[in-house]
Design a protein around this ligand. Structure first.
Ligand code: AMP
Length: 257
């Protein structure tokens, strides 16, 4: 299970799920590596929260058998290595538009971790819906011999999706941040009732600004698998969103029921 650490209940739910699936012979391996190649902004990488001692304790309590904490040189021999994985189409949409090459960094480090750990199964959180689809495509296209499991998003009591980045929110912004989930859920309901998707996306972005977000990268009603913009009345859709509040960029997504 690849992670960047600073564990919260979201990470722990993945670890617990893997521990429950492990059976008698297996081991739950969790990697903790704040991967520089998936950050487009070096300042964001520098302030990413880290606490290895706390993570070690929490991971063990949740059922982790091996916590793999490689240093930079173990993963990237020189600079960022010379070979990278580039997946077309899905990684260029939404997050990809706003974070160029982010998913190249994710796919490459996940492929490396798969080759180092050689897991039978791997666990990813639905919180990062687009990342799940990117990893799924890579595993299919490159025939990685493993089974992927996707785990539901764990939320704070007010609905905010748990994220290591929430620790960076000052209290006045934290109090307003759950609007992201509320607005995405309202968008999903409006679309399910037959609303026009582009109009809903626009009014959702306006609602986020009214709720205290400083900017909105996207609110997008999309086909859940291909992630292309959904048409009026389309089935099997998801609403994805990314917006910034108090200088912290948050992402979330909800199902259209
Ligand atoms: P990260 O450390 O942010 O790279 O996350 C490591 C793994 O935990 C990824 O597969 C994430 O999708 C997953 N994850 C992060 N936040 C949550 C959450 N709130 N609920 C469920 N899974 C999560």
């Amino acid at each position: 299970m690849p992670t960047m650490g600073y564990f919260h209940e979201g990470h722990l739910s993945l670890i617990r799920r893997a521990a429950a699936d492990r059976g008698k012979k297996g081991a739950v391996v969790v990697s903790l590596f704040v991967n520089p190649t998936q950050f487009n902004n070096p300042a964001d990488f520098a302030i990413y929260p880290r606490d290895e001692a706390r993570d070690t304790h929490l991971a063990k309590t949740a059922g982790c058998d091996v916590l793999f904490v490689p240093d930079f040189k173990e993963i990237y021999q020189d600079e960022y290595g010379k070979t990278a994985i580039r997946i077309p189409v899905i990684p260029e949409l939404w997050e990809g538009e706003h974070r160029p090459r982010h998913f190249d960094g994710v796919a490459t480090v996940v492929a490396k971790l798969f080759n180092i750990v050689m897991p039978d199964e791997a666990y990813f959180g639905e919180k990062d819906w687009q990342q799940c689809r990117v990893v799924e495509q890579m595993v299919d296209d490159l025939n990685f011999p493993l089974l992927l499991n996707f785990v539901k998003t764990v939320r704070e009591p007010d609905g905010l999706a748990m994220s290591s980045r929430n620790a960076l929110l000052r209290p006045e912004f934290r109090a307003k941040a759950a609007a992201l989930f509320r607005v995405l859920r309202q968008a999903a309901e409006a679309f399910a009732k037959g609303g026009e998707p582009r109009a809903i996306e626009k009014s959702s972005a306006d609602s986020l600004i009214s709720a205290g977000f400083s900017s909105v990268d996207y609110v997008a009603i999309v086909a859940a698998d291909a992630l292309k913009s959904a048409e009026l009345g389309e089935a099997n859709c998801r609403v994805l969103g990314a917006a910034t509040i108090g200088g912290v960029r948050l992402i979330d997504n909800v199902e259209v029921k």
